[in-house]
Design a protein around this ligand. Structure first.
Ligand SMILES: NC(=O)c1ccc[n+]([C@@H]2O[C@H](COP(=O)([O-])OP(=O)(O)OC[C@H]3O[C@@H](n4cnc5c(N)ncnc54)[C@H](OP(=O)(O)O)[C@@H]3O)[C@@H](O)[C@H]2O)c1
Length: 262
């Protein structure tokens, strides 16, 4: 999606993929800087290491606890997180809704993406946030952190991943987010029991599969619920990265076309 964006804006640059071994992020950033790179997207598993490898951390990236975008300006390394703001834009686009008006359930809140979406939702002032995670002990530190940014606006609770517990809680939420890696493989077990979604639900799967919709997307469709998959987030977090690099609006339709073609 970035090469079509560069082309659409007449920018003479190229977006390439570079594989970096774990533990070598700082060294790689130094190399990119010396080689004249303008910016970098950082993905799993480097988003946490990148936080310590930049010169200036954007305050939002600090709060979200991860850097997924690097901008190199005048020899300085600036670190940003575009997953959180990309999530807000993708909710607007997919559901015509604002996060501040929603009661949200995040399944997989203990992972990197789930955590970023949880913090961003609380910063946006969502009505309530219900957190679930397979490893439940990861939720208490997150909850304590969320209470610090919540300003008393958002009601915060946790629940178990037990399918029947989850199904009972669905009557109290509007937006259901899968932030686990379940759904990446066709053989993955279903996240929710069959028949528990309602047509009023907004269902957001951070996972995307190129060839067929995930089980969660299929369940949402069967219930007549509005749905968005991870492609929407991928697009919008990429667009915000582009804006950090070039200080101009991203050519979103060129990026969408490029992404779908890829
Ligand atoms: N669309 C996008 O642009 C975008 C951006 C970021 C992430 N994502 C997607 O979001 C997902 C999570 O990414 P991440 O960076 O947060 O990964 P991560 O930090 O490794 O977290 C993985 C999460 O999935 C949970 N999990 C893994 N296997 C599970 C299972 N069998 N049953 C229940 N829960 C399980 C983990 O629970 P435990 O804590 O118990 O291990 C954890 O909450 C991935 O599929 C990734 O592709 C998409």
């Amino acid at each position: 999606m970035h090469n079509p964006a560069l082309q659409a804006c007449g920018i003479e640059a190229q977006y390439v993929r570079v594989q970096v071994p774990i533990g070598h992020v700082q060294e790689a950033f130094g190399l990119f800087q010396r080689q004249g790179f303008l910016g970098v997207n950082i993905t799993i598993p480097h988003k946490f290491e990148a936080l310590d490898a930049v010169d200036v951390i954007d305050p939002l990236a600090q709060k979200l606890g991860a850097v997924n975008t690097l901008a190199i300006r005048n020899g300085q390394l600036f670190g940003y997180n575009t997953d959180g703001p990309g999530f807000l834009r993708s909710v607007q686009e997919a559901f015509s809704a604002e996060v501040k008006d929603l009661r949200i359930l995040i399944i997989g809140a203990g992972g990197g993406a789930g955590r970023a979406v949880a913090v961003q939702s609380v910063l946006a002032g969502c009505k309530s946030l219900l957190l679930a995670n397979r490893t439940e002990c990861k939720l208490q530190p997150l909850l304590a952190e969320l209470h610090q940014c919540a300003n008393g606006q958002t009601s915060l609770q946790t629940c178990s991943l037990d399918a029947h517990d989850l199904a009972k809680r669905l009557s109290t939420v509007d937006l259901i987010i899968n932030a686990t890696s379940l759904g990446m493989k066709a053989e993955d077990k279903a996240l929710l029991p069959a028949g528990c979604l309602e047509s009023r639900h907004l269902v957001y799967d951070m996972v995307y599969r190129a060839n067929e919709p995930t089980e969660l997307m299929q369940q949402a469709k069967a219930a007549g619920a509005k749905q968005a998959d991870g492609m929407c987030l991928l697009l919008h977090q990429g667009a915000i990265s582009f804006e950090h690099w070039f200080d101009q609006p991203a050519p979103i339709e060129a990026m969408r076309t490029g992404l779908l073609a890829a």
